[in-house]
Design a protein around this ligand. Structure first.
Ligand code: MN
Length: 434
């Protein structure tokens, strides 16, 4: 559903917004920021600036549902605003679009509520009650499966049930937060006994994050036809993974300490309203794949439920940094590689009665495409084929001082393209292992 807020011809009086790679007027993502010497508050990204949403509310520039949504965003977390769902959020977005437009009658007042983003700190946008990580990237599942089971990379359940596990919400951090290498139990095949120490195979995972909106009561499933209404937005998500710890601990109950030491997200919530022009049909399943069961099947979701989104991963090493060289692009992928739509993940999660709550976070699972692998595990084939860098360095897995940055770009002819902003994290040394 498109409206005037999606027209590529519309411009903002915020000069840096026009043609901005991530945050043109047509995006307007919500987040929590702290200006220098100021308390955290709700804001909206526009070009290189952040609009103080609390100030817009206090100035009396909002009414009706827009006022309701902005009032719910007060207090330094967005959970209550996410709980309101799409209605008030859309009205607020449309009002902010007008206030920030070239022709805005309120330009002088709004200008005083803008902060240069470079002078602000971005926080987590919501209190994340629960975080769940799926495994919906079928190419990733196939690549990883092939490392262990060359003849049958995908397990028999994969094409029937969206695979996932409950992750850890407490260690989700906003872009830029240092990522401390974890200590843990490692037992490579070459060693007879396990030992405790810094992970030797630290990896990243390129994923999309899905923010939950209203959610459901315990015991009340979310029908697939309503699942999209419970998605409040999207972000980038790096599910940092210690492969050596993972390989030793994961059986029989699945991921644990190899995953829970840190998860980095991009701090802006990209709304479904901003993503409206960038919906696409879910990729057709290959001949012979099972049709999703009825509780996961919805015609509209199949027709528009997937995302038109390019994803990139960059690596900046100490060597590249010292030589003044550009970050190395590890991959260019696409969100169309997801075997399940975001709505299917939501419907599946709630299908047994589990309650999703406003501000919960879902990860899609690592997104890999042909030639665009979303982890070093795949790129280096388990560490066997190191990446060669222009600095002369090589990488099997991440070294201390390495920085990983994820970006996303949505584009379609006739529309202003939008991005998700940065999701970056630099690896710092493990604490003493004793
Ligand atoms: Mn993951």
């Amino acid at each position: 559903m498109h409206d005037h807020t999606h027209l590529a011809s519309r411009r903002s009086f915020v000069a840096s917004a026009n043609g901005h790679a991530d945050f043109p007027l047509q995006n307007l993502p919500f987040g929590i920021f702290a200006p220098r010497d100021g308390a955290p508050r709700a804001g909206v990204a526009v070009g290189d600036m952040i609009l103080d949403l609390d100030a817009v509310l206090a100035a009396g520039l909002l009414d009706g549902a827009a006022e309701e949504a902005a009032a719910a965003a007060e207090g330094g977390v967005l959970n209550e605003m996410l709980a309101l769902g799409a209605g008030p959020r859309r009205v607020l977005r449309n009002r902010l679009f007008d206030l920030l437009s070239e022709s805005s009658a309120e330009r002088p007042r709004i200008e005083r509520m803008l902060h240069a983003a470079k002078n602000c700190t971005l926080r987590l946008p919501a209190r994340i009650g629960d975080y769940t990580d799926f495994y919906a990237g079928i190419q990733h599942a196939t690549n990883v499966g092939a490392l262990f089971r060359p003849d049958a990379p995908l397990l028999p359940n994969y094409k029937h049930v969206p695979i996932g596990y409950h992750g850890r919400a407490s260690s989700v951090v906003s872009s830029g937060h240092p990522v401390r290498r974890p200590n843990g139990q490692r037992k490579p095949a070459s060693e007879d006994t396990p030992s405790f120490g810094p992970s030797r195979n630290l990896d990243y995972e390129l994923e999309l994050g899905i923010w939950i909106g209203p959610g459901n009561a315990l015991g009340e499933p979310i029908p697939i036809g309503k699942a999209a209404d419970h998605i409040a937005g999207f972000c980038l998500l790096n599910d940092w993974s210690a492969r050596d710890i993972q390989g030793w601990e994961y059986q029989p109950l699945g991921p644990f300490l190899a995953k829970n030491f840190c998860t980095t997200i991009s701090p802006w919530i990209i709304t479904p309203e901003a993503m409206a022009p960038f919906r696409r049909a879910q990729a057709k399943r290959p001949e012979g794949d099972p049709r999703p069961m009825d509780y996961l099947w919805n015609e509209a979701d199949q027709a528009h439920g997937a995302l038109e989104l390019e994803l990139e991963v960059f690596l900046l090493t100490p060597g590249l940094r010292e030589k003044g060289m550009a970050p190395h692009r590890l991959s260019l992928g696409h969100a169309s590689a997801l075997y399940w739509t975001p709505a299917q993940l939501v419907a599946h999660h709630a299908s047994g009665g589990c309650n999703l709550r406003p501000g919960d976070l879902l990860g899609t699972g690592t997104i890999s495409t042909e030639g665009g692998f979303g982890s070093l595990l795949e790129i280096t084939r388990g560490g066997k084929q190191p990446v060669q860098l222009a600095s002369g360095e090589t990488r099997r897995f991440l070294e201390d001082g390495d920085e990983v940055m994820l970006t996303a770009r949505a584009r379609r002819d006739g529309f202003a393209s939008i991005g998700f902003g940065e999701c970056r994290g630099a690896v710092s040394p493990a604490p003493s292992a004793r």
